[in-house]
Design a protein around this ligand. Structure first.
Ligand code: FAD
Length: 391
């Protein structure tokens, strides 16, 4: 509601204006009041806010963009290279180096990969205790590096490991973290602009971490494009060792049971061609139409949340804000209206083909090609045309 000013108590000190976290207050003085205030306070002296100056000095002492290179048994996660591409752009805008942070055991080979994907320098902690990811161990390593080398930006993939580590690190180094960013940029005051969907995807919010360093963000796989893997130009490698032993870690990894995959396991996030179905498919049985089309283009079948909620598709096939973010070469949306929560998961696809019988459907706003029509006619026609062309 409207703020209530207790007029008999207000002395016009303006402290409330400065203290309001939402910058929502303003005090306007009439010319008469201004004249009285001038006689009371005498000539204005510039206010020196020592605390603010100290904070600015501290912020200025942080420099450089870091990307955490996620690896499992020496195998890097693709999202780390996607982030290296974004980090490169941020570092160039700021005029600072881009560094890759590699933590693990027998991971030296990843340094060269990091250089190929744009890093200027690499920090490595390579010890047996880091052979398998454990929050406590990686937290110690990451915080040690951050406290010693003071980066202004730290990026991690919004994977199981990245989400776990980023939250723990941000808490320990007392800074902010924006999860699941879809856009990263630098503002005029050199702050990281972290954009992500908010309020159930109804708005895109740009979040700043103005008062703390480092600025930390996670980004989901496939949101940022994979940069080109360039010719190797080695940079500086900074090797650090921590006095950390097995006995210091309370968690043991006893066994790793790999997901065996199976017929129903489909990697929607990594697919180059996706045929997606929504509520317009009407029933589970009708998805064979999409399977046939997907088979012709060598793709996989995904879907909207409505299709998943109806039990027509398994949850891992869901595309969107609470599903997978995809970036295929071709995304064919069939009977999907194009709610914002769906769009944020697929709008960066190279080519989007939308089939919907409602010409006003929002999916057409992001579509490269739109087909207004009944999917039960259009999809089989497309499939048979493709079959014909192959022959
Ligand atoms: P509808 O919106 O019902 O659209 C069906 C479309 O099919 C209509 O446009 C209709 O014209 C068309 N159609 C019907 N019959 C035919 C036909 N014969 N031929 C051609 N077209 C036809 N949704 C997601 O998809 N992914 C998410 O990750 C996701 N996360 C969410 C998170 C939150 C917090 C919230 C609140 C919602 C989320 N949603 C998500 C749900 C989202 O808001 C929509 O409800 C959902 O995407 C709608 O699915 P749909 O397009 O399949 O269904």
């Amino acid at each position: 509601g409207e703020p209530i000013v207790l007029e008999e108590k207000c002395i016009g000190c303006v402290k409330c204006v400065k203290a309001c976290p939402g910058s929502a207050l303003e005090i306007v003085f009439t010319p008469e009041e201004q004249a009285i205030l001038a006689t009371l306070s005498g000539p204005a002296e510039p206010e020196v806010d020592e605390e603010e100056l100290e904070r600015q000095r501290l912020i200025a002492s942080y420099s450089g963009v870091w990307v955490f290179i996620e690896q499992t048994e020496g195998e890097p996660a693709r999202v780390s290279w996607e982030l290296s591409g974004s980090g490169r752009g941020l570092a160039d805008t700021l005029g600072v180096p881009l560094s890759a942070v590699i933590i693990g055991h027998d991971v030296g080979h990843l340094a060269d990969e990091a250089f190929r994907y744009g890093a200027d320098q690499v920090y490595i902690i390579d010890q047996e205790v880091y052979a398998r990811y454990r929050t406590e161990a990686y937290l110690e390593a990451m915080c040690y590096l951050i406290e010693k080398y003071r980066p202004e930006i730290v990026l991690m993939g919004a994977t199981g490991m990245g989400r776990d580590l980023a939250g723990a690190v941000a808490t320990r180094v007392k800074t902010g973290l924006t999860a699941d960013c879809t856009g990263l940029d630098i503002d005029a005051r050199r702050n990281l602009m972290q954009t992500r969907p908010a309020f159930g995807g109804n708005i895109m919010a740009t979040i700043l971490c103005e008062r703390c360093r480092p600025q930390m963000a996670t980004v989901r796989p496939h949101v940022m494009p994979l940069p080109e893997r360039k010719e190797l130009k080695p940079g500086k490698v900074i090797v650090e060792t921590l006095p950390l032993n097995e006995a210091d870690i309370f968690t043991r990894v006893l066994e790793i049971i790999k997901d065996k995959g199976g017929k129903d396991k489909v990697d929607v996030a990594g697919a180059e061609f996706i045929v997606s179905g929504g509520r317009g498919l009407m029933a589970k049985e009708n998805f064979y139409l999409l399977e046939e089309l997907a088979e012709e283009v060598g793709g996989v079948v995904g879907g909207s949340r409505s299709a998943v909620d109806a039990g027509w598709l398994p949850p891992e096939r869901q595309v969107g804000q609470t599903g997978k973010t995809v970036r295929p070469k071709i995304y064919i949306a069939c009977g999907i209206s194009g709610a914002i929560q769906h769009l944020v998961g697929m709008q960066d696809s190279d080519v989007i083909i939308a089939i919907n019988r409602d010409r006003e459907a929002p999916i057409f706003e992001v579509a490269t090609f739109g087909i207004v029509g009944d999917l039960f006619q259009v999809v089989p026609a497309l499939t048979s045309k493709l079959r014909e062309m192959k022959r």
